[in-house]
Design a binder for this molecule. Structure first.
Ligand SMILES: *Cc1c(COP(=O)(O)O)cnc(C)c1O
Length: 435
């Protein structure tokens, strides 16, 4: 055994009181043992400070609750839409036994029938079906309608949405042949009409979720496209149900005659991760009977949260992400004034008008004005990292060497108290901000 290996610390030497208090003795000991085991096998064993650093990384890693002070409402890295209290309660209740596939008479019920009924009521669609997420929804539609057949897509919509979701790849994985029509900036109805033939399985329209085209651009009207014959599948992504800057509502897409419309459950709808498909009976039935449906179906907890979220919409109760989007600048200014008043003297901070965003592929290219608390610090990067490392993690951003805490994504979920607590702790850990 060489010296560095012999000098490895014992497990108890890594169990600092601070770690144990924060993460629990058993968890710290488990990770300490694992790291020491790995160190013993290593040709270049780490020093004690290196081990402690690695231990901290392991303990802090994984899924932690977070406070979103980034100003991006539907932040994909933070799990997108926060659920309403009612949705949380409904999901919690469903973690035990629940009537997920039992009808009122005690017979075998159809999973998802309650959410489908609500989706029909909300959107005016003939029928609805729910899968795991919007990407799964699009794949299911394409496979069920156009496997081994052609799918026509405008060249302006062969986009990458993020996280590796590229329209041409999705088509290929769905077993369809891509037929590109038009050009990047302009695609006309005649381009589609010329491409429709015996082998056409579907026409796909994709929402421009993360970029915006301006200038010399044109696209075929959806109503005309839907009248061409083949079924039109719309990947609407963010899924607006009420009017908002530049977004076409799901109801309008259906009104134009779209045979199937897919959107996410955790974007503008403000519910759990889910892929929602609404449309015409004939096509929705095809999806329901497809063998992939069994592999893509959502779990009971998701269905419970979704049912509750849809009840919020049907009864006119704003879900948290809608409250965030709709909070006025004046209200936000008052919230931030409250934060400012709660700071001890010596902390240099001010109220700032900033640019936030809705995120989740909503209103691309447009920012959403917001109000933030701007904190001056000699080391804003350290402050941001310290806030991120704790629990709950606080996600903030830096602009012009100041730390910005955006109020839009904090206040409506009642996290202001926890935010201030973490902020004061971080400021004292990182050092005086006044000097
Ligand atoms: C977000 C988005 C998707 C993916 O949705 P998930 O629910 O994350 O699978 C697909 N298409 C568009 C246009 C989107 O904006």
């Amino acid at each position: 055994m060489d010296d560095s290996r012999r000098s490895l610390p014992a497990v108890h030497e890594l169990l600092s009181d601070e770690f144990c208090e924060r993460h629990g003795h058993d968890r710290v000991a488990m990770w300490a043992r694992r790291l020491l085991e790995r160190a013993r096998k290593s040709s270049k064993p780490p020093s004690k400070p290196e081990l402690l650093k690695e231990l901290e990384r392991c303990l802090a890693g994984g899924l932690r609750p977070a406070i979103n002070a980034s100003g991006v409402v539907l932040h994909t890295n933070l799990g997108r839409a926060p659920w309403s209290d009612a949705a949380v309660q409904a999901a919690l209740a469903a973690t035990s036994y629940c009537t997920v596939e039992l009808d009122a008479a005690g017979g075998r019920g159809h999973r998802g029938s309650a959410v489908e009924e609500r989706l029909v009521a909300l959107t005016g669609a003939e029928a609805a079906v729910v899968v795991n997420n919007c990407a799964a929804a699009v794949m299911l539609c394409l496979r069920a309608l156009a496997k081994d057949r052609e799918v026509i897509v405008s060249r302006g919509e062969l986009v990458e949405i993020g996280g590796g979701f590229r329209v041409p790849d999705v088509l290929e994985e769905s077993g369809c042949r891509l037929v590109e029509v038009g050009t990047t900036n302009r695609t006309h109805l005649t381009d589609f009409r010329d491409a429709v033939g015996e082998a056409t399985g579907a026409i796909l329209r994709v929402h421009h979720s993360n970029f915006r085209q301006t200038g010399f651009v044109a696209e075929a009207g959806l109503d005309k496209l839907c009248a061409l014959g083949p079924p039109v599948v719309v990947d609407a992504g963010s899924g607006a149900l009420i009017a908002m800057a530049g977004e076409i509502r799901i109801q309008e897409l259906l009104g134009s005659g779209a045979q199937l419309v897919c959107f996410s459950g955790d974007k503008l709808l403000g519910g759990p991760q889910a892929g929602i498909i609404v449309g015409q009976h004939r096509w929705v039935d095809l999806l329901r009977r497809h063998p992939l449906m069994r592999a893509l179906r959502p779990d009971k907890v998701t269905l419970a949260a979704l049912q509750s979220t849809l009840d919020d919409w049907l009864t006119g109760r704003a879900v948290p992400c809608q409250k965030m989007i709709q909070t006025s600048q004046e209200e936000l200014r008052q919230v931030v004034q409250g934060w400012l008043n709660a700071l001890p003297t010596g902390v240099r901070a001010s109220i700032e008008e900033v640019e936030g965003a809705i995120g989740g592929g909503t209103v691309p290219g447009r920012s959403w004005p917001s109000i933030a608390l701007a904190i001056e610090s000699p080391s804003p990067v350290c402050l941001r990292e310290h806030l991120l490392a704790g629990e709950p993690a606080v996600v903030a951003r830096i602009s012009h060497d100041r730390l910005l805490l955006d109020a839009r994504t904090v206040a409506p979920v009642g996290q202001a108290g926890a935010l201030l607590e973490r902020l004061l702790e971080a400021i004292s850990a990182v050092g005086d901000t006044g000097s």
